[in-house]
Write a protein that binds this ligand. Structure first.
Ligand code: HSE
Length: 321
């Protein structure tokens, strides 16, 4: 067994337009770091949470990193194959915004589960890590959606084919695909944004529209067809309901598309907005122009990120990364 580990769990975009709760994409930055070491005190202790401006608890039964570290220890014990030290001490370093639609709780959830798995010698496979991480997501979001945690664990672009039983498929990532993300400084609580969706009644024509776009999106990824991918970033179901939660969203999306974005939509429950691009320069300039538009139309400051898709997913890193 390893004495101490440090892991990195990336932020994730989810839904990607037509794929509510079934599509996810991992980005390189931002993300969370989790460190863990064995302890002689039974259970999980969260020693410190950094980067959260005091908003998160260190109570391991209420912070997702504690919930999923505990779930991972429980899953290991259930195997009855090996013994382990009694407890784990955990440090969580949030390097990404909370309640942003970028899978913040998923990153911490995956970080907790992966850190324990690595302490134990890397015992859990992808599906087991997702199962542990989902316990954190269930605790905070009012539902067990796996699009963020699956993308965070596996990296790349994923499709949840089935929730019962859980089956995740990794989709091809076109080499030229770049992602621009803007996080305007306004909070949207995932549980509330999900309530709006689950309480809504939809027309069959809306479902038909999304089914067509979802199929087109998967086809585009397999063909490496960025133009078709961009056209498939369209959501008749959820985006219209959630757009009013993000001041300026319609203007920002229009600006991104006029500036040449392949496609643009909310990330998860928002308020973050993503756009797809076909070069590093285009992604950087889209991120900048979307942020400028949020300031202009809604008076909101933003964080911006631009880069490639993270195809490695959550991973163990060196102490000094
Ligand atoms: N798929 C989830 C949702 C992600 O849209 O509610 C939450 O960020």
């Amino acid at each position: 067994m390893i004495a101490r580990v440090r892991v990195y769990a990336p932020a994730t975009l989810s839904n990607l337009g037509p794929g509510f709760d079934v599509l996810g994409l991992a980005v390189e930055q931002p993300g969370d770091y989790v460190e863990a070491e064995w302890s002689e005190t039974p259970g999980v202790e969260i020693v410190e949470v950094r980067g959260d401006t005091g908003r998160l608890t260190t109570d391991p039964t209420r912070n997702v990193v504690g919930i999923t570290a505990t779930a991972a220890l429980r899953a290991f014990d259930a195997r009855k194959t090996d013994s382990r030290p009694p407890g784990v001490r955990v440090w969580l370093d949030k390097r990404m915004p909370l309640a942003s639609g970028l899978g913040s709780s998923a990153a911490s959830s995956v970080g907790g589960a992966l850190a324990v798995s690595e302490l134990l010698g890397g015992v859990f496979d992808r599906d087991e890590l997702i199962a542990c991480a989902l316990e954190g997501e269930r605790a905070v979001s009012g539902g067990g959606h796996a699009d963020n945690v699956a993308a965070c664990v596996a990296g790349g672009i994923i499709l949840i084919r089935s929730y019962t039983p859980m089956e995740m498929l990794s989709l091809p990532v076109p080499d030229a695909l770049r992602v621009a993300v803007v996080h305007p400084h306004v909070s949207v609580m995932t549980a509330e944004a999900r309530r709006l969706v689950t309480e809504c009644r939809f027309e069959i024509a809306q479902a038909v529209a999304n089914l067509g776009q979802l199929g087109a999106l998967v086809t585009a990824l397999h063909r490496g067809d960025l133009e078709l991918l961009g056209r498939a970033i369209s959501d008749d179901l959820v985006e219209p309901i959630r757009a009013p939660l993000v001041p300026g969203f319609a203007d920002v999306k229009q600006t991104a598309l006029e500036a040449g974005a392949l496609g643009c939509s909310l990330s998860g429950s928002g308020p973050s907005v993503f756009a797809f691009a076909s070069s590093d320069d285009q992604a950087a300039s889209l991120a900048a122009c979307m942020a400028a538009r949020f300031r202009e139309v809604a008076g909101l400051d933003s964080d911006t990120y631009a880069g490639t898709v993270n195809t490695r997913g959550a991973r163990r890193v060196d102490e000094d990364e």
